[in-house]
Design a protein. Structure first.
Ligand code: ATP
Ligand code: MG
Length: 554
């Protein structure tokens, strides 16, 4: 992993034996949504540091909020972290496993006059809290006796009170310039079943409290989180210091990942799903890792991306093309080549005998001869891409036009002799051509006829129909996350479905998740959700080049 400031801190700590030579990190998702590409940055950082320093990284579900969490999310998070290539070994934890410990520590804080039950309404608590420029004031309940506090807190746990009637607060300093230290709430009453603990609890600890205690209980050494928690660090340290657990984790913050044309808030992503703007959390246009996987992103390309963007404290908005380029680089090296014709138009080679066919050999990868070749059948009737032909060519168009010559990849040079259109609609029906018999690829002298265009083709006698899904960015606005109404920025053309495309037969034996380069068109993979054995669906992950910044590119 590349150098970054957190790495340097760990190196220093190890050098000065600050953590007894240990490195333990954790990735602490709240199971209230699917993981997204921003989480990948945190996962790669935490697991990467543990790997590089021969330490351990825990996967810990921060499941302290019973109403928003679900096992569907837990399962997908586990699958996704594994898919990304990381392993927590036996270190899978749940904050809810520590509820009893958190509770006991809370009683001990009460006993030391470091916590009290407050009975102000939520509104009054807010009012008493003060503002950034004015100090807060003490709650009239702040000086309750230890005995009263204990009785009340136990009754809170026993279910005597309704939601909101009381809270447990730390007794720190209502005048602190840091709002997080103005007697933060650490427990609230919530009569809600928890997906793991069921109805065992009706009081739940707040994140700042439970998180610090979880880190200490697991003997985490470096607790790495995003910058919005920087102001919470004094509270984190306070809890660690007073919790009486023989372990002293430290918190470090880095800036979160923001990507252009992408929204990263889980709440808004859930909204996209609920409003039906996408087909689900794993819609290939979503920035979720489940969506990227289904789109055709490889785990390696995402790890490369996280490596490339680095880790710092500077807020930034990364261009989404950086992510797309990481995938292109990966698949250019690793994806076998195949032929597909997305918008087929009929091409008849009039001087090629009817009923005759021959085999043309196409390499599976241009740089790896050891990957072998596959057979494409050449026949009198073929299909090519509709936009590889122009009746009246524009300047610079080197593909097929009346009278022009192009090479059909892996086969012959052909000369276009004419075309038929529908007399009523003007729609192109058939293109006619002659082949030049001496020009078959791979035979001596094949290159003597020089051509500028080189196009792909398929024989309908061999090719099979497939559905193709062309995805584009979900948003037209470079920063949809900050818009008041992101719906206005949705890209109406973010999904184009082609029903009449043809693909070479080898693609019918494809495994879900395997990616291919469709020559001249981009990188595609079999859709793992909607594909059927006899009606495959291919998703385009990315085009061959960035066509957004370079509209002419193809
Ligand atoms: P929520 O708004 O629900 O809290 P969250 O994105 O913070 O959403 P968590 O499940 O709490 O979600 O995140 C788990 C970890 O991933 C946290 O440590 C968080 O800091 C980190 N993380 C979340 N979003 C990003 C991001 N965009 N870039 C880097 N790290 C992130
Ligand atoms: Mg969070």
């Amino acid at each position: 992993m590349a150098a970054n400031f957190i790495r340097q801190i760990i190196e220093e700590d190890l050098k000065h034996n600050q953590t007894s030579g240990r490195v333990a990190t954790r990735f602490p998702p709240e199971p209230n949504g699917y993981l997204h590409i921003g989480h990948a940055k945190s996962i790669c950082l935490n697991f990467g540091l543990a790997r590089d320093f021969e330490g351990q990284c825990h996967l810990r579900f921060d499941d302290t909020n019973p109403t928003k969490e679900d096992t569907e999310y837990v399962d997908s998070i586990i699958d996704t972290v594994r898919w990304l290539g990381f392993d927590w070994g036996s270190h899978l934890y749940y904050a809810s496993d520590y509820f009893e410990r958190c509770y006991a520590i809370a009683e001990s804080l009460i006993n030391r006059e470091l916590a009290y039950v407050d009975s102000l309404s939520a509104e009054h608590i807010r009012e008493y809290r003060g503002t950034l420029t004015s100090p807060g004031k003490n709650s009239p309940f702040r000086e309750r006796s230890i005995a009263d506090n204990l009785t009340l807190f136990r009754a809170m746990r026993a279910g005597t009170y309704q939601d909101g009637e009381h809270v447990l607060r730390l007794k720190i300093d209502m005048a602190s310039p840091n709002m997080n230290l103005r007697d933060p709430i650490i427990y609230r009453i919530r009569h809600a079943a928890h997906w793991r603990t069921g109805n065992a609890w009706c009081i739940y600890p707040m994140y700042d409290y439970a998180h610090a205690i979880s880190d200490a209980l697991e003997s985490i050494t470096h607790s790495i989180c995003t910058l919005e928690f920087e102001d919470h660090r004094p509270l984190y340290d306070w809890v660690i210091q007073h919790a009486d657990i023989p372990s002293e984790p430290h918190q470090y913050e880095f800036s979160r990942l923001n990507l252009t044309f992408t929204m990263m808030s889980k709440r808004k992503l859930l909204d996209l799903v609920n409003q039906g703007h996408v087909s689900g959390w794993d819609d290939p246009r979503m920035p979720t890792l489940a969506g990227l996987k289904r789109r055709g992103y490889s785990p390696g390309s995402i790890r490369t991306f996280c490596e490339r963007i680095g880790v710092s404290k500077a807020e930034s908005l990364i261009d989404v093309t950086v992510l797309e380029d990481c995938l292109r680089e990966d698949l250019n090296l690793n994806a076998p080549r195949r032929v597909a014709v997305l918008h087929p138009v009929k091409l008849i080679i009039d001087n090629y005998p009817e009923g005759m066919s021959e085999v043309c050999l196409a390499p599976n990868h241009p740089h790896y001869p050891e990957w072998g070749k596959r057979e494409l059948l050449f026949t009198r009737e073929l299909v090519i891409e509709r936009d590889d032909f122009m009746q009246q060519p524009v300047k610079g168009f080197f593909r097929l036009t009346p009278g022009s010559e192009v090479r059909l990849r892996y086969a012959y040079v052909i000369r276009c002799t004419g075309f038929d259109v529908d007399p009523h609609t003007g729609e192109l029906l058939t293109i006619h051509a002659e082949y030049l018999p001496e020009t078959k690829s791979g035979t001596p002298g094949a290159d003597t006829v020089k051509v500028k265009g080189n196009i792909h083709w398929l024989s309908p006698s061999q090719a099979l129909k497939a559905e193709i899904r062309l995805f584009d960015r979900l948003f037209k606005d470079p920063n949809p996350g900050v818009l008041e109404n992101y719906e206005q920025a949705l890209n109406p053309d973010s999904l184009i479905v082609l029903k009449d495309s043809l693909v070479e037969p080898q693609l019918f034996n494809t495994q879900a998740g395997q990616s291919f380069q469709f020559e001249r068109l981009g990188y595609f993979c079999l859709d793992e959700v909607d594909s059927q054995p006899h009606s495959p669906i291919f998703n385009r992950a990315v085009s061959l080049r960035d066509t957004w910044n370079n509209p002419k590119g193809k």
